[in-house]
Ligand binder design. Structure first.
Ligand code: ZN
Length: 209
């Protein structure tokens, strides 16, 4: 685990404070496996002046146990270079030079990718399944406004949380249904470094709008 002291500004009282921000979690290290990376707590901070708890989006690189996948939450271009350097340092210790990389730009997306890769799934399949589910949810709830969809592990099933301003919806998909869907697609390697709804749409339409 790597962390650094960062100066943050409280969104409530406006005062500045220093906080320890975790910037790298490497699941090949036993102490890092104790860190809960999927509850969003690494992005949550309490202001020492007024006690308000708030969230900050910050750089965080997560690497899985077998060093095959790296997911990085980036908030700016310069952090992509930081990720390169961090991964080169890791590959100096072993077999990580061909690690798959994913960039995301929010804590929620980072947590989602970690859930997907921890379950041994391909995030490309997940994004395509999401598009199909969006169509289904739109058909069955025509009055709902869908702002986003997030994958999560829901016991033995795969959950899809539809974020809606007027109340979220959850759709569950069994592992066998998901596997059937996954079997329909073949993806070219290497995977792109950004896999999201836009990527899935381009993949399904062959780049045609
Ligand atoms: Zn404050």
């Amino acid at each position: 685990m790597r962390s650094e002291k960062q100066r943050l500004t409280c969104s409530s009282c406006g005062k500045e404070f220093f906080a320890r921000v975790i910037t790298q979690v490497d699941f090949s290290l036993s102490e890092d496996r104790e860190i809960n990376v999927t509850d969003g707590g690494l992005f949550s901070f309490r202001c020492p002046h007024c006690g308000t708890e708030m969230r900050f989006n910050h750089y965080l690189l997560w690497v899985n146990q077998s060093h095959t996948v790296a997911v990085c939450n980036v908030t700016g271009e310069e952090e992509l270079r930081a990720m390169d350097e961090a991964l080169s340092a890791l590959s100096a210790f072993g077999k990580s030079s061909d690690m798959a990389r994913r960039y995301v730009n929010s804590p929620a997306r980072l947590c989602e990718k970690i859930e997907i890769f921890s379950a041994g799934l391909d995030d490309r399949t997940v994004e395509i399944v999401k598009l199909y589910l969006v169509q289904q949810v739109r058909a069955s709830h025509p009055k709902k406004t869908l702002t986003d969809v997030l994958f999560f592990l829901n016991g033995e099933e795969y959950g899809f949380l539809f974020l809606c301003p007027d109340g979220d919806l959850t759709v569950s998909v069994s592992q066998s249904t998901f596997a059937e869907a996954a079997a329909q697609f073949q993806f070219p390697d290497p995977a792109p470094q950004v896999v999201d709804a836009h990527w899935a749409m381009e993949f399904l339409t062959g780049g045609k709008k």
